[in-house]
Ligand binder design. Structure first.
Ligand SMILES: [Zn+2]
Ligand SMILES: [Zn+2]
Length: 234
């Protein structure tokens, strides 16, 4: 077998469990598999960032970034919590880049087992699964949406109830400024959200701005609460 990431030929470990459950053998070589860094131990209650090497950016159970979001009346409690599977280490940076470049859904398979297991540690099947969409322009360019590929790993119904418009580059305001003020997401209105708990799915949580914008639209449309689950926490 050839590793899905580094293409090295390897002998997959096939155990009795694989025979008994017809589970597929790992599609990654052990070197790649072990290079992922799972998030373990104590984390920020809100954004899921590990506290391990964080002493100064912490206030009680929250990191200072989340404290700042909570102090802002416009953003307080918009996103209930975020949980992520892996740290954004050098290896993960490479993997995400390769995945974007290859532009396919196949690589998501490498994350399936841990993505699913972590999801059920924090959420359950009663949550509405909503992948973060790409704009039509970006989807055309890239050919696939990583967030949707990840959402499909959960084998739960997926609800494409958000659309996203494209931020034109030629603008007087800086991109950063526009990201803060302008909401690129719209609720499609396809279903009533009253009494719904939602989990947004995305590849990466960086500043949390994108996820909060999406969450805000869904909260305004009536959702009780909106959380997020991402493959990576940078
Ligand atoms: Zn490999
Ligand atoms: Zn935090």
């Amino acid at each position: 077998m050839n590793c899905l990431i580094c293409h090295t030929s390897y002998n997959p470990m096939v155990s009795w469990r694989h025979f008994l459950t017809l589970e597929k053998a790992d599609c990654l070589c052990s070197k790649c598999r072990n290079a992922f860094m799972r998030i373990n131990g104590e984390i920020c209650d809100m954004c899921g960032r590990p506290f391990a090497d964080l002493t100064s950016h912490r206030q009680g159970r929250l990191c200072t970034d989340c404290v700042r979001w909570q102090e802002d009346d416009e953003w307080k409690d918009v996103l209930t919590k975020n949980r992520s599977v892996y740290m954004y280490n050098e290896f993960m940076k490479e993997v995400v880049a390769i995945w974007k470049f290859r532009g396919d859904y196949a690589m998501a398979e490498a994350f399936q087992e841990e993505f699913r297991r972590e999801f059920y540690r924090h959420f359950d099947h009663t949550f509405l699964i909503v992948p973060i969409p790409l704009s039509a322009e970006r989807l055309y360019e890239r050919g696939f949406n990583q967030a949707k590929a990840l959402a499909e790993l959960l084998a739960l119904p997926i609800h494409d109830i958000l659309t996203r418009h494209h931020l034109e580059k030629q603008s007087k305001k800086s991109r950063r400024e526009r990201l803060r003020t302008e909401n690129v997401f719209q609720f499609s209105g396809k279903m009533p959200l009253q009494d719904k708990h939602i989990v947004l799915i995305d590849d990466i949580y960086t500043t949390g701005t994108t996820l909060r914008h999406a969450a805000k639209v869904l909260r305004q449309a009536g959702a009780i609460d909106v959380s997020s689950f991402t493959l990576v926490r940078s």
